[in-house]
Design a protein around this ligand. Structure first.
Ligand code: ADP
Ligand code: MG
Length: 699
């Protein structure tokens, strides 16, 4: 029942001796005093000296030492922004936004003025901006327009230890920039000690260590494996709150759903506790944080709790190294995290829950020792830690779909991807599979070069199938409708389903259902919102998230700008079958055939997939023989997310390399024959690539 039984530990009492003065620090000191207290401050001048003398420097320092917030400011103070700007990349959007806000406060400037940030579909920088935080994806896209990154004097590649896909690709690209521009400086930062690899990659460049200032963390393991870690974490947090001395709590979970469930349960337990006891109960401030949480709620985790209250932050692995909250004395680690994993055999990406690595678990524990000696409760056994967890995480480039990367590198005229400077090359099978997928979408030709369609697809900051969907919408004269759908798919869910009003909100959602399609349901929602003058109160009345809809509107207008640049005109169609065809043309690789009520199997690989209970098709009991879906969600079952009914002959016409129809028409047969030849040609090409690679490996 989620009961966690911790080993007795004599050292357990040590956290009681924590330094009260330290935890009071942030409450009483000015921002500039706080800056000077950070570990990086003590080595400021030495660090700047090393940077002056070297073009590339690796900086290693514990999480919270001040790398992200201070380094950019030091560079600014040292004059680097007199000709060019300082850019700092982050693997996570939340971190880019949050850190930019903090630095703008420290520099006493408005966010978007001297200090700004840019994430996909959101650019908060201006003509005065000299320090720009951005996601690594944003910088990667900038290299498309400006290969030498002329406007940057220094780029800080932050959180390199995360080894995000985009950071890994940037490594290869920035190595070229460093060779071409003597005036350009590159700083790579890492929270972990294995920075030697980064140094080697750039030709044995210096590694600068920021001295740490951390306190011991007492790590306690669960005696037995925990069956329900959400429940286990909630119980542990309540125990700490009731029995342990002051100090905030940080819980690591895998994702939004769990975090919300945990927060809800915590609030409930607190209510029960308060109503069942005569004694005064200290307040518990329950604060979720995950990437899709609105920015104003994200910022709350940094606010100081009122006197006597305790903060309990429930986070994804974003709080591992990207964001540092001071005052955490207790960490509860479930031992799990979510990762996007590409399975080349299935030919698809899936977000899956995995045990974290030992390196990640140690980072998590370390969060408890920032302001004083702390305690980390691991909801797994010591044996699981020692024997079942990987030493360190697998770099994203080795485990996800490379469609976007391949498209991008191809457009940078990197002909042979197997020759690109990858620090850790992705499995060849992944590259070839991604190329195959792009070829199937029509973005690559038979010899692996970009087609006209492919060149256009690169222009959009979207996954290849979504870009294809847009361009097919233009071709089928229903761009207006498809544009809305693509925008709605690029924002968090617009449906609001509060815990205690599930039935009410479900029936509100049902009113928007278009029987044959969740995509069209999204279109319907947006169009109705529009005809109600984009009103916020209308959203509230219909259980819709106004923020998500506004975001969709913004994304829509930005995609519209790109379409205008490409001189593609906006067409609209009342025939929504056309819209479904555009969807089908981009997602036929995610098509499924009905096997039973609500049960489908993927048409290519036979993997079972199910209609989600929230789907319009499920709700209205309409179960077509063939569907395509946006993505597969692996939870207790494989659920298709965002489903649309399609006609089998659309699959044959729009995704011909996968599907055949029984036909008598000879011209169709010839067409198919040609396509078969093309497919063979592509396969030969890929075989050649394979051979080439094998040869270079022998050399
Ligand atoms: P590092 O990058 O080395 O992990 P940071 O520069 O992110 O370290 O953090 C330095 C300090 O700044 C930490 O004490 C952290 O709590 C504080 N800090 C960072 N962002 C914010 C914020 N948005 N609000 C308040 N404090 C912040
Ligand atoms: Mg940082």
């Amino acid at each position: 029942d989620g009961e966690v039984d911790f080993k007795e530990d004599a050292k357990f009492a040590q956290h009681l001796k924590k330094d009260e003065a330290v935890s009071e620090f942030a409450k009483t000191k000015t921002l500039s005093q706080q800056r000077q207290y950070l570990p990086i401050y003590s080595v400021r001048d030495d660090l700047l000296q090393v940077i002056r003398e070297n073009q590339v420097v690796i900086v290693v320092g514990e999480t919270g030492s001040g790398k992200t917030t201070q380094l950019t400011q030091y560079l600014h103070e040292d004059g680097y922004t007199s000709n060019g700007i300082v850019g700092c990349t982050q693997p996570r959007r939340v971190a880019a936004m949050s850190v930019a806000k903090r630095v703008s406060e420290e520099m006493e400037t408005d966010l978007g003025d001297k200090v700004g940030y840019a994430i996909r579909f959101e650019d908060v920088t201006g003509p005065n901006t000299v320090i720009k935080y951005m996601t690594d994806g944003v910088l990667l896209r900038e290299t498309l327009k400006d290969a030498e990154l002329e406007k940057y004097r220094v780029v800080v590649m932050d959180e390199a230890h995360e080894r995000s896909l985009n950071t890994d690709v940037l490594f290869g690209i920035l190595r070229k920039v460093v060779a071409q521009r003597r005036d350009f400086k590159l700083i790579v930062t890492s929270a972990t000690l294995n920075a030697e690899k980064f140094s080697q990659f750039f030709g044995s460049v210096p590694i600068f260590h920021i001295p740490g200032r951390t306190f011991p963390v007492n790590t306690l393991y669960s005696k037995t494996p925990c069956e329900d870690y959400v429940e286990g974490a909630v119980k542990q947090a309540m125990t700490i709150h009731i029995t342990s001395p002051p100090g905030d709590i940080l819980i690591f979970m895998t994702g939004q759903d769990e975090i919300e469930a945990a927060c809800y349960a915590l609030a409930e337990r607190m209510e029960q506790l308060i109503s069942s006891t005569q004694k005064a109960v200290a307040k518990l401030l329950i604060l979720p944080i995950y990437s899709q949480l609105p920015a104003d709620l994200q910022a709350k985790i940094f606010q100081k709790a009122e006197d006597g209250a305790r903060k309990c932050i429930v986070a994804t692995n974003i709080a591992e190294t990207s964001l540092t909250v001071d005052g955490i004395f207790y960490v509860i680690d479930t031992g799990y995290g979510k990762m996007k994993v590409y399975n080349p055999r299935m030919g698809m990406d899936a977000l899956q829950v995995f045990p974290v690595s030992r390196a990640a678990a140690d980072q998590r524990a370390g969060r408890a020792g920032r302001t004083g000696p702390g305690t980390c409760y691991r909801l797994y056994t010591e044996s699981a830690y020692l024997n079942e967890m990987l030493h360190s995480p697998v770099p994203e480039i080795q485990r996800t779909n490379l469609g976007n990367v391949v498209l991008l590198l191809k457009s940078l005229k990197i002909e042979n991807l197997l020759d690109f400077d990858f620090m850790d090359p992705p499995p060849q099978e992944n590259i070839l599979n991604s190329m195959y997928q792009l070829w199937v979408l029509g973005a690559l030709n038979n010899v692996g070069g970009l087609t006209d369609l492919g060149w256009k697809m690169v222009e959009f900051p979207l996954d290849p199938p979504l870009a294809k969907m847009l361009l097919m919408g233009a071709k089928l004269h229903c761009l207006d409708e498809v544009l809305t759908i693509v925008s709605m798919l690029s924002v968090p869910t617009v449906f609001f389903r509060p815990k205690d009003r599930e039935e009410e909100s479900d029936s509100a959602r049902e009113k928007f259902f278009v029987p044959e399609s969740d995509h069209l349901t999204l279109l319907n929602v947006y169009q109705q919102w529009k005809s109600n003058d984009y009103r916020g109160d209308w959203c509230n009345d219909h259980f819709l998230q106004v923020k998500a809809l506004r975001k969709a509107r913004e994304v829509r207008s930005q995609l519209m700008d790109i379409l205008k640049q490409l001189k593609i005109t906006l067409t609209s169609s009342a025939d929504w079958d056309m819209v479904r065809q555009a969807i089908c043309s981009a997602y036929f690789h995610n098509s499924a055939k009905q096997k039973g009520i609500g049960e489908y199997v993927n048409t290519r690989n036979g993997i079972p997939c199910h209609l989600h209970p929230s789907s319009a098709l499920y709700g209205l009991g309409y179960t077509p023989e063939y569907v395509v879906y946006h993505e597969l969600l692996l939870t207790t079952k494989e659920y298709m997310q965002c489903v649309t009914a399609v006609e089998p002959h659309w699959l044959a016409e729009l995704g011909p390399m996968f599907f055949s129809v029984k036909e008598s028409d000879t011209s169709l047969l010839e067409h198919k024959k040609k396509q078969k030849e093309e497919k063979t040609a592509m396969e030969e090409e890929m075989e050649n690539l394979r051979k080439e690679q094998a040869e270079t490996e022998i050399k």
